[in-house]
Design a protein around this ligand. Structure first.
Ligand code: T1G
Length: 693
């Protein structure tokens, strides 16, 4: 859009100006032209102005700044509604007696796309994106989108956009009929030209009146779509509501469809899932903010990244930067390891290209930015070096000692450690202020979470640099303090401890895992152990058997990679309960004199998830996380906590902190009274407070 934007007048974000007989309606409501009350009022006023002015024969609606309207103003949700409602605004635009053209750039999302659908025509820059991401907020398009979109773009496209929330590009929009013309550049002048072309076309093409794309729809598409996405939509309410709304558009006239849409919208809006997903939308953005930084802290330039270790993590980490067009020098100790690592990276890229998500040229471009080396000195001129080697403190200390002697001053020295003490690592260097933790989650080129571990001496500009870089490499970064396991893994530990104790007391691995999967987790603790490797952190001495895990590892039951762990696996890695494991559990229980009993599903939730909440509260009270919502961001993006439950701390608020405390007190009795409560949790429960807003 135009480079220089007048200072926004937030009270009057909509301005109009005439170009010949075309009225240009412009929104200037940074940062994303959200359709707040003033914008809605301004749009209606502009349409009235166009109607009243006989010298106006057409209208163009466009936006200043980074994007066309990016949706309703989410900050207005839950507050008393201010007229006009968005559906009325969209209907008013469509009812205009003169053609209205939407000029789209950036991301026309949610209510923004609905405004565009209310227009008679839509033109867009090729770089523009169009979407209905309401489902990601636990909602559905509530301003006619579920009824207009299938009529314009077709039913299957509408289902995909509404139920998944994934945007499409302008070209795809043009191909399906959602966009009438792609404008290469100078969007507004060309949109005005388009408006001049269509000024006399009648009848005006109204999205709500188009029927042919509805009529050609095969009713079987709905069940097919549900089946195709059953796994992805499991546990969520909003996707099926979106499907039902679109289905309704195919059965009933528009006037009835919008009533059904409104009913479904209000049901979702009043539900816990939508509240959780709206909370999470802001939680994710809040995580990017670092509290109490010196004013004006600027990032250091990062033109070149070094990665030490070309194993699974080092390779995955490197791919994040290569995909963001940042050159990477990757160091290994021997050629065989280096070749294996770079080979895996290429294979991963080629697999992505095979799915059509990258072109072969992009693969070559990414791999072309990679410099494999056996020469440690080759890291000397990197601006950021990330160590991704064996999780052992002396190995890491040795590397950081070498880095300190080799790498230019001002470079950032990061460790990918998932548990170890960053301050201890920093202490072996002469530059602890340049040392930081960057804990990527495996597979590093896929998982979005990045824990940025702030050492006691980590400089503010190092943090600002890494947080900014994380956005560039499409990660969601959360700042963590230096403690064992930082945020995510530290909360994982008590969950695993309780899950294992439940086995001794009478639960089975499949029961514990089923409870977690029914809760909404992608897998339970024992499925996760088998996937990651039961032998992670094992002392490797088959004669030293102190717990169930030792017993499994001692007989080579290391998890999926060995075809057996807590479960037995067939050649397709399908799990079945193992009598061998059950016997091991019972033998251990007997040896430890544990009285086995029937364990209820509710107890499993209490024992595993309430203890996680308690640990999360300790993390907060120790200042190891900046805010409770950061903990939630870690667990949603790092471990697959169902976003429709907000995250462990949001969920605890919905359970009620006093109920959490009561559940933990029941546990304390079972344990003979030595449960370590978080003081913050006890205080908040006693005061009737919450962790999250
Ligand atoms: N309302 C209010 N604030 C919003 C907003 C919105 N819709 N979208 C973004 N912001 C804020 C955000 O909180 C952040 O604030 C700043 O803008 C920059 O955002 C009736 C009911 C548009 C792709 O779901 O996907 O329409 O942290 O960091 O990375 O059917 O924002 O700076 O204070 O994300 O460049 C549907 C949500 C709403 C779109 C830009 N629309 N937004 O990404 O910036 S529901 C959405 C986005 C609806 C109707 C229904 C992204 C973006 P702060 P950002 P970005």
């Amino acid at each position: 859009m135009t480079d220089v934007i007048d200072k926004p007048d937030t009270a009057n974000p909509i301005s109009t100006r005439k170009h010949g007989d075309v009225l240009i309606v412009l929104s200037n409501n940074p940062p994303v032209n959200a359709l707040g009350a003033a914008v809605r009022q301004g749009l209606v006023a502009a349409i009235e102005q166009a109607e009243a002015d006989d010298s106006v024969n057409a209208v163009v609606i466009a936006c200043e700044g980074q994007t066309f309207f990016a949706g309703a103003d989410i900050t207005e949700f839950g507050k008393p509604p201010v007229m006009p409602w968005l559906p009325e605004v969209v209907d008013r635009i469509e009812a205009c007696s003169k053609p209205v053209v939407a000029a789209i750039h950036g991301t026309a999302l949610g209510g923004g796309l609905e405004v565009a659908l209310g227009c008679h025509y839509r033109v867009a820059l090729p770089s523009a994106k169009l979407g209905t991401p309401e489902v990601k907020l636990g909602l559905l398009p509530g301003a006619g989108g579920t009824q207009r979109l299938p009529r314009v773009a077709g039913v299957r496209k509408a289902l995909e956009m509404c139920a998944t929330g994934n945007p499409i590009g302008a070209k795809e929009g043009f191909d399906c009929g959602l966009i009438d013309r792609l404008i290469e550049d100078d969007l507004i002048p060309h949109a005005v030209g388009y408006a001049e072309e269509v000024r006399d076309v009648r009848p005006l093409p109204k999205s709500s009146e188009r029927q042919y794309k509805i009529n050609e729809c095969d009713p079987a598409v709905f069940e097919e779509f549900r089946k195709e996405n059953a796994r992805k939509f499991r546990g969520f309410e909003a996707p099926d509501a979106n499907i039902r709304a679109v289905e309704f558009a195919c059965k009933k006239p528009y006037s009835e469809g919008v009533i059904e849409e409104r009913k479904l919208f209000m049901e979702l809006m009043s539900g816990t899932q939508s509240r959780a997903q709206q909370y999470f939308f802001f939680a994710e953005r809040k995580a990017a903010k670092i509290e109490n930084l010196p004013e004006g802290t600027q990032p250091r330039p990062v033109q070149k990244v070094g990665v030490i270790g070309a194993g699974t993590m080092g390779g995955g980490i490197s791919m994040n930067f290569l995909s963001a067009s940042i050159p990477v020098t990757i160091f290994e100790m021997n050629q065989e390891a280096l070749d294996r690592g770079t080979g895996v990276m290429r294979k991963n890229y080629e697999a992505t290209a095979a799915k059509g998500r990258m072109t072969p040229d992009q693969v070559e471009k990414a791999m072309g930015l990679l410099t494999p080396t056996l020469d440690f000195e080759a890291l000397a001129d990197c601006d950021l070096i990330i160590e991704a080697v064996f999780e052992q403190m002396d190995v890491k200390k040795d590397i950081f000692t070498r880095l300190d002697k080799t790498v230019k001053q001002g470079a950032i020295l990061a460790s990918n450690t998932s548990y170890l003490n960053i301050d201890e690592i920093a202490a072996v260097t002469s530059r602890p202020q340049d040392v930081v933790g960057m804990h990527f989650f495996s597979p590093a080129n896929v998982m979005k979470l990045l824990e940025v571990v702030r050492g006691a001496k980590t400089a503010p500009d190092v943090l600002v640099t890494v947080m900014g870089l994380s956005k560039k490499i499409r990660k969601v970064a959360v700042v963590a303090g230096v403690c064992h396991g930082f945020i995510g893994n530290r909360m994982l530990m008590p969950r695993q401890v309780e899950a294992t104790k439940l086995l001794l007391e009478g639960a089975t691995p499949e029961q514990v895992d089923r409870v977690h999967v029914e809760f909404g987790m992608p897998m339970g603790p024992f499925q996760m152990a088998d996937l990651a490797g039961v032998d992670i952190g094992w002392h490797r001495d088959p004669n030293r058997i102190e717990n169930i895990r030792d017993a499994l590892c001692a007989i080579d039951r290391w998890g999926q990679k060995k075809g057996a762990g807590f479960y037995d696996y067939d050649e397709k890695r399908r799990p079945t309960p193992s009598p061998v494991v059950q016997q091991i559990i019972e033998d251990f229980a007997k040896k430890q004199g544990v009285e086995r009993r029937v364990i209820t599903d509710d107890e499993i939730v209490e024992r595993t998830l309430y203890t996680m909440v308690n640990e999360g509260a300790k993390i907060l009270e120790e200042g190891m996380a900046q805010r409770a919502s950061d903990t939630d961001v870690v667990w949603v993006y790092g471990y697959g906590w169902p976003v429709y439950r907000g995250g462990p701390m949001f969920w605890a608020d919905t359970v009620g902190l006093q109920n959490i405390v009561d559940g933990l007190k029941r546990q304390e009795e079972r344990m003979g009274g030595d449960f370590s409560f978080s003081k913050l949790l006890l205080d908040k429960a006693a005061a009737g407070e919450k962790f999250t807003k």
